[in-house]
Ligand binder design. Structure first.
Ligand SMILES: Cc1ncc(COP(=O)(O)O)c(C=O)c1O
Length: 350
């Protein structure tokens, strides 16, 4: 940070350029373009991939709303798709049914830190002639089937929101791709649509990752693999503890990516067998000093702002069920095994 201040290159400076190259390399692609947020990485990234007004983009119904916002800001129409109840990831069989002649892309979300199967995605995209654009906001350096998050599709979006696995001291995001044209177009779009100073070839916006944030992220990046491993190990301890519980009132999300799951969140489902509601469980744990979260309580199609998309209650039963049942348990790199044991013990009492 001191070096950035010394140089005074706060916008599009040396630290940004270095971090872009380092994060792209770590993710197994050629180019990184730092932007102001993960939401902008989706919006500008989709535009750069050639998505235009009238195009339809397949999006999971259970994601953070920013995925949907990104599609709409790119001028396209989000077509929501239900998810698999065990992983909470987009259900590609249902995605196939949602395809129309206007469908141009699929936007899989590597939710909670687990990638959607790259092989299945590539087969799906090839069969239907679609672009894959990954929302990897929760999946920095996640892996599955030999692929890194962000390296499967044409391009991918990451968020450096402070609580993410790789978090800035504020907002930040990045578009990564191995396609030089896509990278160059996002470089232009993020900088007032100007490929060179005061010459505007696109109606862009001001959306750059600050050099100061890049400098901070540069310091953190070398630790990320180890932090991810610690999250994964903590999840294994949770999984085992919850499995050895007497019943299956509390069911962890299924991990199909093994060590490649980076557990941005550790999510369980308080299922129908429980005598307590999810909210009661949450209150019970809170009394014991255990903070939990819900990611996310309302599916995208039932959010008031998105009524015009034309969906209604019942359209996506798995996503709706998950919103009612899911609970995120404490998860961070370095959470102690005795703390996890304490959480599991309290859960066994519900
Ligand atoms: C799945 C997902 N997509 C997109 C975003 C948007 O990122 P940002 O908050 O940096 O705009 C987030 C995080 O906030 C997210 O979790």
């Amino acid at each position: 940070m001191a070096a950035v201040v010394q140089r005074g290159d706060f916008i599009l400076g040396k630290s940004l350029k270095e971090f872009e190259a380092e994060f792209a390399q770590a993710s197994g692609v050629n180019y990184g373009v730092g932007v102001a947020s993960g939401t902008d990485a989706i919006a500008l990234g989709l535009q750069a991939c050639g998505i235009i007004e009238g195009d339809e983009v397949l999006v999971p119904a259970n994601t953070f709303i920013a995925t949907v916002i990104g599609v709409i800001q790119a001028g396209a129409t989000p077509i929501l798709v239900d998810c698999d109840r065990h992983t909470a990831l987009i259900d590609l069989n249902l995605a196939a049914k949602a395809i129309t002649p206007k469908t141009r892309a699929i936007l899989p979300v590597h939710l909670y830190g687990q990638m959607v199967s790259p092989k299945a995605l590539l087969d799906f995209a090839q069969a239907h002639n679609l672009i894959i654009f990954e929302d990897a906001a929760q999946a920095h350096l996640a892996q599955r089937e030999g692929y890194m998050a962000g390296s499967v599709g044409m391009a991918a979006a990451f968020s450096f929101y402070p609580s993410k696995n790789l978090g800035a001291f504020g907002n930040g995001g990045m578009l990564i791709t191995s396609d030089q044209e896509v990278a160059q177009r996002v470089q232009t779009l993020r900088n007032y649509g100007a490929p060179k100073k005061y010459y505007h070839t696109e109606v862009g916006k001001n959306s750059r990752l600050d050099s100061l944030q890049a400098a901070i992220l540069q310091v953190k990046l070398p630790h990320l693999s180890q932090w991810n491993q610690l999250r994964n190990q903590a999840a294994q301890i949770y999984d085992q503890g919850l499995k050895s519980g007497r019943d299956n009132k509390v069911v962890p999300m299924t991990n199909l990516a093994q060590e490649g799951h980076v557990y941005h969140l550790y999510v369980v489902r308080i299922n129908e067998a429980s005598s307590m509601t999810r909210e009661q469980v949450q209150d019970f744990l809170k009394e014991k000093g255990i903070q939990t979260g819900i990611h996310y309580p309302i599916p995208c199609h039932l959010q008031p702002a998105y009524k015009s998309l034309g969906y209604q209650l019942g359209d996506f039963p798995q996503a709706e069920m998950l919103c009612e049942q899911i609970l995120s348990l404490p998860m961070y790199p370095g959470i102690k095994s005795e703390d996890i044991a304490w959480v599991v013990e309290q859960i066994s009492l519900i």
